[in-house]
Design a binder for this molecule. Structure first.
Ligand code: ATR
Length: 494
């Protein structure tokens, strides 16, 4: 297995600005792709100067609009510019599969460089991708490259199967976009020649990340064929904090494992992918927490009781599901009541959706007395009937009732979440100061509801506490180990 390289794609409009970008990241990268199609016209005649100044191997790419680039001039002009540039001795030139007979190949090779023969597909993953990759190189030393855009989980599965089929062949194979993201961070695992990344301020392509995130969070230099894969499925999923939590934990305990966001639109297709990649465990987030249950060989009582599953671990050939949202919710609450029990605590739960169900189940299990208050009264009643507790609508009468269930107030709706952080589900409620107020929303870190409660002197629990709590419980299930340095990550997430 050969080494996989980190290639920084630079897309500034001047050569000088591109050189500064390289200087910023020089210590993290192996080579650079100069996207000459982004340069302003006047710069193009100076291209030949670039490789020497860059001081790292450079790929020359002058991509046409049709192939996803910015170059709009005549093909003869493009070839002329590249020929001139090659006088500077580029280490690689990227030539599309239909760019032949120009003499660029011979000039590149004569100058000690190598041709990357590329194909692009922004409309999905072609069924015959592996066959096309095998036929792509025009000469022995040419390096075949495909950049394709998976549009759903089926495409992702097709792409990973293609890596399997092409195993052992020297190649660059990249999945673009959010669905393709795992292929970028798994380049060393997938044995592909390089992965492209870009500076955070100027992402050169959909799904790119910056070299720093790639090397620190996703430990690119340590990933290899033996790396154990974990992940999270959801849609959307790219915004979640879970990769930060788990990857940091794996690193701290010295485990050769990686936790990857898999944007997923189809659970059955992901299950096939999980088998193909021998994924050892994965987190499940919206909208798949209910749908995943049908694919579990075994499940914990927390899944049956809440009708939701957020954690899946491999057991032999099947998958075992747990809902750690329940433990994650309780952990910070138990710390807040330090020493005393939740038994008999008069507790209001605002909301009656999926999240509320996990919360109510956890509270009832601890012996709390629960009142469910929800915008839609019938939904509150239905949930209350299932757990034999009180309910009210989120109206003046309901808010009045909260006063007699106010040892603990838990907010489980999406109200107050970005992009509308000024909202509160109970804007007129006057806190007495003795309540423990817990909002499971974690973005923003302190909601409007929590701010009001804190001002009144209440103890508050932020949503990130629950996020961390459920992740720590997942980590135990994934690795059999306690999450290391819990205080450290708690501070970072404040
Ligand atoms: P989740 O799984 O995140 O709980 P859900 O099952 O869709 O999502 O439930 C959303 C909860 O937020 C519900 O309790 C919903 O109230 P309704 O049952 O009346 O729909 C509540 N919710 C959402 N938007 C709300 C709003 N603007 N004001 C009050 N409650 C709201």
């Amino acid at each position: 297995m050969s080494k996989s390289r980190i290639c920084l794609s630079v897309i500034e409009t001047t050569l000088r600005a591109n050189l500064s970008r390289i200087d910023e990241y020089r210590h993290m990268i192996d080579l650079v792709e100069l996207r000459a199609d982004y340069l302003s016209r006047g710069e193009l005649t100076h291209l030949w100067r670039f490789p020497k100044k860059a001081g790292v191997p450079v790929i020359l790419t002058l991509r046409k609009k049709k192939d996803g680039g910015m170059f709009t001039g005549e093909e003869s002009g493009r070839i002329g510019l590249m020929k001139h540039a090659l006088e500077g001795g580029f280490s690689y030139i990227d030539l599309e599969e239909d760019c032949t007979g120009s003499g660029l190949e011979e000039i590149t090779v004569a100058g000690g460089g190598r041709v990357i023969r590329s194909l692009h597909d922004f409309s999905g993953v072609p069924d015959d991708l592996a066959q096309r990759m095998k036929r792509l190189a025009r000469a022995e030393k040419e390096l075949p490259k495909a950049a394709v855009m998976p549009l759903d989980t089926d495409d992702v599965l097709k792409l990973f199967s293609c890596y399997r089929e092409l195993d052992g062949m020297e190649k660059i194979l990249v999945g673009m976009g959010n669905y393709g993201f795992p292929t970028r961070i798994l380049a060393p695992y997938l044995d592909t020649y390089l992965t492209f990344c870009s500076v955070p301020e100027r992402l050169a392509a959909s799904g790119h990340i910056d070299p720093s995130t790639l090397t620190s969070l996703y430990r690119f230099r340590e990933v290899n064929r033996d790396t154990i894969l974990y992940g999270i499925i959801g849609n959307p999923v790219m915004h979640t904090f879970s990769p930060i939590i788990h990857n940091r934990g794996f690193k701290a305990i010295g485990l050769n494992a990686l936790y990857i966001p898999f944007q997923t639109d189809s659970i059955p297709s992901f299950i096939k992918l999980a088998h193909l990649l021998s994924i050892k465990g994965f987190s499940v987030t919206i909208p798949h927490k209910e749908g995943i249950i049908g694919f579990l060989a075994e499940k914990d009582v927390s899944v049956d009781a809440t009708g939701a599953c957020n954690t899946v671990v491999r057991e032999g050939d099947g998958f075992y599901g747990v809902n750690t949202d329940t433990i994650g919710f309780l952990e910070p609450l138990k710390r807040a009541v330090a020493g005393s029990s939740l038994k008999g605590k008069k507790t209001t739960v605002i909301g009656a959706g999926g999240a509320a169900k996990s919360v109510v189940y956890s509270l009832i299990g601890e012996g709390a007395e629960v009142l469910i208050v929800n915008r839609t009264g019938e939904r509150a009643q239905k949930l209350a009937d299932a757990f034999d507790c009180g309910w009210a609508s989120l109206d003046t009468g309901g808010i009045e009732r909260i006063k007699s269930y106010s040892d603990i107030i838990v907010q489980t709706t999406s109200v107050g979440m970005e992009p509308d952080p000024s909202a509160s589900p109970i804007p007129d409620y006057v806190f007495g100061g003795n309540e423990i107020v817990y909002d499971i929303v974690y973005n923003p870190p302190e909601t409007t509801l929590l701010k009001a409660a804190r001002k009144a002197g209440c103890r508050i629990i932020r949503g990130k506490e629950m996020l961390l709590g459920q992740a720590f419980a997942q980590f135990r299930l994934f690795t059999g180990r306690e999450y290391p340095d819990q205080e450290g990550i708690r501070k970072e997430f404040q």
